[in-house]
Design a protein around this ligand. Structure first.
Ligand code: COA
Length: 347
């Protein structure tokens, strides 16, 4: 190793978000539309979740989890003013990959024609984007890569129970994708300042899709031929999830602020995972944050799981709500349970 290589290998870089993009399917599904499929109402959904409408992929519109991810990624790459050939790693966060295996990251590698680029799927559900961003940050900090493409994308609509039986889950989730190009930043005070990740697997089944899986193989399900077996639909213990979410959001945001000697007053914009408007409002009240300090767009898209933070971040940035020097806090909680936060000093 020559002197320059040696010096480079011990330098710790920071990483910054150099470009953001998003894509949602054109097909809008209002709460009213859902009342034709199940016993529900616009009032119930708005009051309990804040959601007015969500986007669903339409059969034949050409979208899939990877395809939507690519659309968001192309926008992020263009805004980062680099070419897709400059991407050295793809991190793809999703709970609804195109295939059981391989992951959707490799499909993005092919669709973007990035030669031999490594691709990795991150399976952390609603916290997926925060986990993926934290992973990108580590690869950049170590000096291994200069540009990492991070995607969060979900195709929920094809796998939800739109009968009254599944209404507590199916009204909440929507389809869409968001992406960020994460690039090397030489100023250690700029970009991602810290990331904080956690999990608690004892609650794995409180928000889960159990079958088909290796725990519940397809032949076993077919053989049982039990119409009551709906393990192929997501299950959510809504109130339990809610109670855990508000506690973990609070803890992990405070953990991030403490690490950076910041207080809640220093937050220029908190972008919580768009799980449920009532969860965001609870966190806002707890910290005494003003409306302008918290970004929500769940009313338009529902809960898009791993895509919700990058979609919200992209929209906030496009609206001019994010400026140089702003302290941005990203926070997520979801199935696993997993949760995490990222503190950014916007470059
Ligand atoms: N439309 C109309 N009624 C519905 C309904 C729907 N879509 N879904 C459930 N209900 C009914 C229930 O059947 C129940 O009826 P009952 O009182 O006759 O038994 C009633 O509404 C209340 O149900 P409950 O589950 O107690 O409602 P809730 O206030 O807890 O709200 C959630 C349900 C799912 C909205 C709420 O628990 C929640 O937001 N949890 C967190 C979910 C979340 O954020 N998930 C993502 C995590 S990342």
């Amino acid at each position: 190793m020559n002197y320059l290589n040696c010096v480079e290998s011990i330098i710790m870089y920071n990483s910054k978000i150099a470009g953001l993009g998003m894509y949602v399917p054109e097909n809008k599904v209002s709460n009213h539309n859902l009342t034709h499929l199940m016993d529900t109402s616009d009032e119930w959904i708005k009051e309990r979740t804040g959601i007015k409408e969500r986007r669903h992929i339409k059969k034949g519109d050409g979208n899939s989890t990877a395809v939507m991810g690519v659309k968001a990624a192309k926008q992020a790459i263009e805004r980062a003013k680099i070419s897709s050939d400059d991407i050295e790693l793809i991190l793809f966060a999703t709970l609804s990959p195109d295939y059981y295996f391989p992951g959707s990251g490799v499909l993005v590698q092919e669709m973007l024609s990035i030669k031999d680029c490594p691709a990795m799927d991150i399976r952390n559900q609603c916290s997926g984007f925060v986990y993926a961003l934290a992973t990108a940050d580590q690869f950049i900090k170590s000096g291994m890569y200069k540009n990492v493409l991070v995607i969060g994308s979900e195709n929920h609509s094809g796998g939800l129970d739109f009968s009254t039986r599944g209404r507590d889950v199916s009204v909440i989730f929507g389809d869409g994708a968001g992406a960020a190009v994460v690039s090397r930043e030489v100023d250690n005070d700029k970009g991602i300042l810290s990331s904080h990740l956690h999990s608690e697997g004892k609650h794995a089944e409180e928000l889960s899709l159990i079958g088909p899986s290796t725990n519940r193989w397809v032949p076993e399900i077919i053989e049982a031929n039990d119409p009551e077996d709906i393990s192929y639909y997501p299950y959510m213990n809504g109130q339990f999830v809610f109670k855990n979410a508000v506690v973990r959001f609070e803890q992990v945001i405070l953990e991030g602020l403490k690490k950076n000697n910041l207080s809640t007053e220093d937050i220029d914009l908190l972008i919580p995972h768009q799980a449920n408007l009532r969860i965001s409002q609870f966190v806002q009240r707890k910290f005494g944050l003003k409306d302008r300090q918290v970004y929500n767009n769940i009313e338009k898209y529902g809960n898009t799981t791993a895509a919700s933070i990058p979609i919200a971040l992209t929209e906030a940035w496009e609206s001019g709500l994010i400026n140089t020097g702003d302290k941005i806090v990203l926070a997520a909680f979801g199935s696993g349970f997993t949760w995490g936060s990222i503190i950014l000093n916007w470059q």
